[in-house]
Design a protein around this ligand. Sequence first.
Ligand SMILES: O=C(O)C[C@@H](Cc1ccccc1)C(=O)SCC(=O)c1ccccc1
Ligand SMILES: [Zn+2]
Length: 159
Amino acid sequence: SVILPVAQRGEDILRLKAARVADAEFNSDWLMQLASAMIATMLERSGVGIAAPQVYISKRVIIVASRPNLRYPDAPEMDAVVMVNPEILEFSQATTLGEEGCLSVPNERGQVQRAQSIKVLYHTLTGEVMESTFEGFPARIVQHEIDHLNGILFVDRLS
Ligand SMILES: O=C(O)C[C@@H](Cc1ccccc1)C(=O)SCC(=O)c1ccccc1
Ligand SMILES: [Zn+2]
């Protein structure tokens, strides 16, 4: 499906606080097409996540799709999860330092401190409310993507 352009560090869109998706948008063709274009763009860039502001849509939609990779060989293989209006309800006290990259900050990698596990409340594309716990690499990706919704890049958090 459609591959979208990805905003790069320095572009204002990446520094905005994204808007919540309105109730009227759930189940809409628009939201379905946005999610599939985000997934296609993420896969094209071989990412493990992506946030709507990265494709110039300042709305609170993220994709999380952990898979094993060089830096996290034991990362779980997960089907892409689409999260609409995600909120982290709980952060574990335990944190871990781990390597991150960003499709909007090419050729840079860095060590970022993140909560080891988190409890997330989010809506599915159909508006169903979900509450899930993530840990390890998937938890890291969720925190990285929600940062994007709040105009934060991982380079802002480098230890
Ligand atoms: O910019 C993004 O949101 C995508 C980003 C997600 C992410 C990667 C690593 C840690 C947290 C969040 C990427 O997918 S960057 C490319 C990548 O696949 C990767 C980079 C570093 C480690 C593992 C994977
Ligand atoms: Zn990123």
